[in-house]
Design a protein around this ligand. Structure first.
Ligand code: DQA
Length: 150
């Protein structure tokens, strides 16, 4: 599997931003964690992309078309606002899983809306870094169940 992991705005500030909510570990540590999971789970190739800009995230999703097999995405604040990211995910039509470090449903009302989630197979929310591992496992299971079908 060739995997793209996208992290949206302010996730580059992990370890600095609201540590009580998002934890002490940095974005670099998250990237290392994802690489470690991919090695353990046998993912052939992983690219981790982070941007604070909606258009750059749309560009990264579009660039995945025909090149990647699956997407893990934490759109961060754009989760709750971005029809453009939803449309990009629909356009490339790759299996995608939504991840949030925190439990977005138990926070402010506005965080309950997820546009990107409408184009994702499932969501892992509130599990911290482990949500990314769950997402990768889910996508691998999905891929192998598709391969088993004649
Ligand atoms: C987040 C939750 C979002 O509501 C928030 O805007 C973020 C991070 C999470 O990972 O918990 O920036 O996606």
């Amino acid at each position: 599997m060739k995997l793209l992991v996208i992290n949206g705005p302010n996730l580059n500030m992990l370890g600095i931003r609201e540590r009580g909510l998002y934890g002490e570990r940095s974005y670099d540590q998250l990237v290392e964690y994802i690489h470690q999971c991919c090695r353990e789970l046998g993912v052939e190739e992983v690219e981790c992309f982070q941007s604070n800009h909606e258009g750059a995230i749309v560009d990264a999703i579009q660039a995945a078309y025909g090149v990647k097999d699956a997407i893990v995405i934490n759109p961060a604040a754009y989760t709750h606002t971005s029809v453009a990211i939803l449309d990009a995910l629909k356009a490339v039509n790759l299996p995608a899983v939504e991840v949030h470090l925190t439990d977005v449903d138990s926070r402010e009302e506005f965080r309950r809306i997820s546009y990107a989630g409408l184009a994702c197979q499932t969501r892992f929310s509130g599990l911290g870094f482990a949500g990314y591992r769950k997402a990768i496992e889910y996508l691998l299971d999905l891929q192998s169940s598709k391969e088993k079908k004649p």
